[in-house]
Write a protein that binds this ligand. Structure first.
Ligand code: ITT
Length: 202
């Protein structure tokens, strides 16, 4: 596959992960910044999938180029799945990544059940009528204190099952190999291959 996609995100960490995960699969990713496109779509959806669609569609309408977006977050069992789709806005205005992480740890202080997972919904708008969507997950436990400086968001407090390191203590490649976003994007690459193959045979 040799294709080019616009990545509809304003999060530079996501752009880097998209490039590292999809590059070797033959999909070149171009960021909004590289294209000088400004777009802050309002995330009014009720699910990760709906929000990913809103973001991908908004950028597609601006540039009419194949566009891919991610909506993601951390879902904590003991908090009935919160912060979930509100992960980037947890606690409201005035918090940065570190502040949101501290708030989550504080809200989990008395909880013995530390189970949590990340979800990534990927939406790819190929043309006016063609939309591909996938989801990926990684399951694990919340730590009691932040550990590590790699990655972003809640990575320093997430210990994936079967690993002794938080995703912020892992190298980027190791995180991408098991992450929600890695899993969802690899699934997308499979769907794209099928789609282009079917299209070529029509
Ligand atoms: P865009 O909407 O522009 O893509 P965003 O950061 O606002 O950027 P989301 O609305 O999808 O993206 O929010 C996702 C939040 O979930 C993100 O800001 C982190 O707090 C958290 N998150 C998602 N994936 C993560 C990851 O791989 N590691 C750590 N935290 C993650």
């Amino acid at each position: 596959m040799n294709r080019k996609f616009v990545v509809a995100t304003n999060n530079a960490h996501k752009v880097e992960e998209f490039k590292k995960i999809l590059g070797p699969l033959g999909i070149e990713c171009v960021s909004l910044k590289e294209l000088r496109i400004e777009c802050e779509a309002e995330e009014t959806g009720a699910t990760f999938g709906e929000n990913a669609y809103i973001k991908a569609r908004a950028v597609y309408e601006l540039c009419k180029l194949p566009t891919v977006a991610d909506d993601s977050g951390i879902c904590v069992d003991a908090l009935d799945g919160a912060p979930g789709i509100y992960s980037a806005r947890y606690g409201g205005e005035g918090y940065d990544d570190a502040g949101r992480m501290e708030l989550l740890l504080k809200n989990m202080e008395r909880q013995q059940n530390r189970a949590a997972h990340f979800t990534s919904a990927i939406c790819c708008v190929l043309d006016e009528n063609t939309v591909l969507q996938t989801e990926g997950y990684v399951y694990g436990q919340l730590t009691r204190e932040p550990r590590g400086t790699n990655g972003f968001g809640y990575d320093p407090i997430f210990l994936p099952d079967g690993y002794g390191k938080t995703t912020a203590e892992m190298e980027g490649e190791a995180k991408n190999a098991i992450s929600h976003r890695g899993n969802a994007l690899r699934e997308l690459a499979k769907k794209l291959k099928e789609y282009y193959h079917a299209d070529a045979n029509q």
